[in-house]
Design a protein. Sequence first.
Length: 107
Amino acid sequence: MPVIIFIHADDRSQRIDASAGDSVMQVATTHGVDQIVAECGGNAMCATCHVYVDENWTARLAPMGEEEDELLHGVAAERLSNSRLSCQIRITPELDGLVVRLPDRQI
């Protein structure tokens, strides 16, 4: 079972077991990661599941789509080169150990 490591804005880390096929957003909301708001429920419409993917993992993710790129222009926290919407990151066995940093705000 892949593990996702969430680094909260206060620098504490939280390791969560994930199921292949779920999104990082689903893993976060299922396990009460309160810094992932996910207002649209994972439909790529709101950008309230913004995360910063650890630089060591960015190349392992599926490329960002145009819709995700557009939504990231409207995030509440600063958009960085490693910004992604967690609803668009699907868990695969290859992502075991994925590290994502949570922004200080989503709204």
